[in-house]
Structure formats: C-alpha cells, structure tokens
Design a protein around this ligand. Structure first.
Ligand code: SOE
Length: 406
C-alpha cells in the first residue's frame, strides 16, 4: 500500500529504469501552476529514487483544466476529485484547492491508499486539521506519507538559517519578528473572490500569509508558540461580486456587492516556550509591498535576517566577534554545500520563488522512498492551525493573551 505503481510500457521507456511515482493534482490555478513547475522540474535536477509523472490534474471546468494540462504537461484530466484519487496511475494526491476542500480530499485520498501533499494552511478550522492529522497518522502505519506545503521552509537561505539556529550560532533566542506584506487588496473595487469569503478561505491574510510566518517562525526557532495577543481588521467590508458570482452571494443593498467575511490584516505578538518574544504582521494592505516576507531572529550570540525579496541571501551578525569589526554580513546562499544547491547552478547564479516547489517535491519524493514522515507534517500544520485559532480568539477579546491549545 502506498508504494509507487509499476510504470507501464510507455513510462518505462522514458524513465531511466526508475519506478514512476504518479502525481494527481486537484486544483489548477496559481498554486497548481507552481506545483506543476516543481513536479515537472524535480526529476531533471535531482537524482531521485523514483520518477514523478504528471498523471492527472482535476478541476470542475473541463475546458479550463484541459488547457492547463496541455500547458503544464499533465497527461490526463478529471473533473471530479473522487475520480482522480481512484486512478491506479496516481500514487500521490497534491491538493491545491481553496481551504474548504482540503480536509475532505485529504482524508479520502489517505483512505484510498495515496500519499498526500496539501497546500497551506492545512485546513480552515482546527477540527478539520485534527481529522486530517488523525487520518495521516493512521495512513503512515500503512506506509503512506503526508506533508503540508509550507514552501518557504525550502528556500536554501531559510534552511541554512534553521541549521545555524540548531547548531547554537544565535545562542538563546530573545526575539523573533516576522512580517508578510502584500498590497493586492488596497483597491476597494477588487472583486469578492474566494479568498475574501470565510466559508471558502477560512480566514483572510491570517490564514493565507499568517500561516506561512507562524510556521516559518516556529520552524526557525525550533520551538512552538505558547500563546498570542492579537488584533485583526477588515478595512474594506464589502466588495463588487465577481463576474458569474454564485447564488450564495447576496448582493448587499441592491448593488452587486457582497460582504467581506475575513480579515484584511492581522497583527499579533507571541511567546515561545523558551520565553523568547515574537511579533507577527500579515496584511494585504501594505501599499507597495508585493510579496514581502521578512524574518529576523535575535539571540544572545547573534542574529539572522531573511528577506524573500532577496531570496538568495541571508544576513548574519555574529555577536561573538569583537565589536570593532562585527556587524551584519551578507551570506550569498549559492554554494554547492548550501541546502539544495548541489543540484543547481555554480555559485552566484541564484534561485527563485518557483524553486521552493521543486525542493518541496524533492523532499516528498525522498520521504516516500524512505517511508519516513517529512516535515512539515500534518501535525505541524495542525499546530499552525491552533495558533491561527488563538489569534482569532484573542482578537475577538480585544487582544487578551490567549494560550495555544495543545
Ligand atoms: C497569496 O496571494 C499567496 O498566493 C499565498 O497564498 C501563497 O501561499 C504565497 O506563497 C504567495 O501569496
């Protein structure tokens, strides 16, 4: 159960003798395109124990998903995810849909004997994330692997930062501060798409961007948050209905507008188990910031700072150096000894956002072959979901400090 299927004649001809690992992807928009890039490229760059095959992609609009399949190299198309997870040529189900379908698809795919990669956030509620984590735990006993797609862990620079923190280069952590700033909602006439509706997205900037920075902060710090104090805000409370809006959106006040039912921004502070303090900012209204994720960790022995807009660099201050010539220095994370880099270009040639999905695919393929749970696991995704829930609970109580449920 859960092992790569044997390639058919055609696959065997092209696969250098490695067993095929059939991928079936549900969802075909932005994340579907990014994941497609990862699956298509990973076998050409890394030496893998199996060969990912883009077996089938699923979407409700047959014409649109057919066009996407042709563009991105998917061999077949499905319009019902239940048919996709039943396919014999699918070993891994990759979930790239809005959060309201993550739990149903993941639990069914695990029950069908598939490995599962699920985009972040793991789910729209803690209860859904708990059900997914239970299903993943039971499936692991059958040899099935599951992972949640926090891709910013797979930037070489953040992987290097994790290693540096783990080896004690920063010493005892005192502060973690992390922001994730976008501005795509500043225009009040931007339509009421699925990301702005709680029933589909679960939350707004908090789940979309806040999930990334909570996971990254906990991953780099190497410890969980114990509790948070939070503020959230919805700056624009109603928006034009998108073209062809479903009947579920009642036009407010006669005009074709509907209510925004999620946060536009979330600001929160947190306390780590070690006593370190953290600050988080996730917003879609930071005018001029496009995809600006920045994190800084301050410890007794030094600090690290990463900026997604300078993805190949890591800033490091070694506080053990004499003050006369200490200071933040830029590490160019492109050496072959750096995480993931052995497979890419010579030093100084740099990688980009899309390569984090290639690394994500590599780590999942290797975990499947080894039969070991990769990180971030569904349990890691559940921990993030609990932090998000505590943020919303704190914000609803005027920022009262709220412990993270365990
Ligand atoms: C939001 O626009 C978004 O696409 C997130 O959903 C992704 O997770 C992030 O990586 C880029 O921005």
């Amino acid at each position: 159960m859960g092992q790569p299927h044997q390639p058919d004649e055609a696959e065997a001809d092209t696969g250098a003798g490695k067993p095929a690992l059939g991928v079936g992807m549900v969802g075909y928009a932005f994340m579907g395109a990014a994941h497609s890039q990862g699956w298509r490229t990973v076998g050409r760059v890394f030496d893998l124990p199996s060969r990912p095959v883009l077996a089938a992609v699923c979407g409700r609009d047959r014409g649109a998903v057919r066009a996407m399949a042709d563009r991105h190299g998917w061999a077949a198309v499905e319009t019902d995810w239940r048919a996709l997870i039943a396919r014999d040529d699918v070993d891994v189900v990759d979930i790239c849909t809005p959060g309201d379908s993550h739990a149903e698809i993941a639990v069914a795919a695990l029950a069908a004997g598939k490995h599962v990669l699920c985009e972040k956030p793991l789910a729209n509620t803690v209860e859904e994330a708990e059900a997914m984590t239970r299903a993943a735990h039971e499936a692991h006993a059958r040899g099935q692997i599951s992972m949640v797609g926090f891709n910013y862990r797979r930037v070489p620079a953040t992987s290097l930062a994790r290693a540096m923190v783990a080896e004690g280069r920063l010493g005892l952590l005192r502060h973690v501060r992390v922001t994730y700033l976008q501005d795509w909602l500043v225009d009040p006439e931007f339509p009421l798409t699925w990301r702005l509706r709680r029933e589909q997205a679960g939350s707004g900037a908090l789940g979309d961007l806040g999930a990334h920075i909570v996971d990254l902060a906990q991953y780099l710090a190497g410890e969980p948050l114990l509790g948070v104090s939070a503020l959230t805000e919805t700056f624009v409370r109603e928006r034009p209905l998108p073209a062809g809006a479903t009947s579920g959106l009642s036009a407010a006040g006669g005009s074709a507008r509907g209510p925004v039912t999620v946060d536009d921004a979330a600001l929160f502070t947190g306390r780590f188990a070690s006593g370190a303090l953290a600050s988080f900012e996730a917003t879609r209204f930071a005018t001029g910031r496009k995809n600006a994720l920045r994190i800084e960790l301050n410890g007794e022995r030094g600090s690290l700072a990463f900026d997604l807009e300078r993805l190949n660099e890591l800033s490091y201050h070694d506080h053990t150096e004499p003050g006369t010539h200490a200071g933040f220095r830029r590490i160019l994370v492109t050496e072959s000894e750096h995480p993931y880099l052995e497979a890419w270009w010579p030093p100084g040639h740099g990688l980009g956002y899309e390569h984090t999905f290639v690394h994500q695919a590599r780590d999942l393929v290797q975990a499947i072959a080894a039969g070991r749970p990769p990180t971030p696991s569904f349990a890691d995704g559940l921990q993030v979901q609990r932090v998000l829930a505590a943020v919303e609970e704190s914000a609803a109580k005027n920022s009262v400090y709220t412990p993270i449920a365990v």
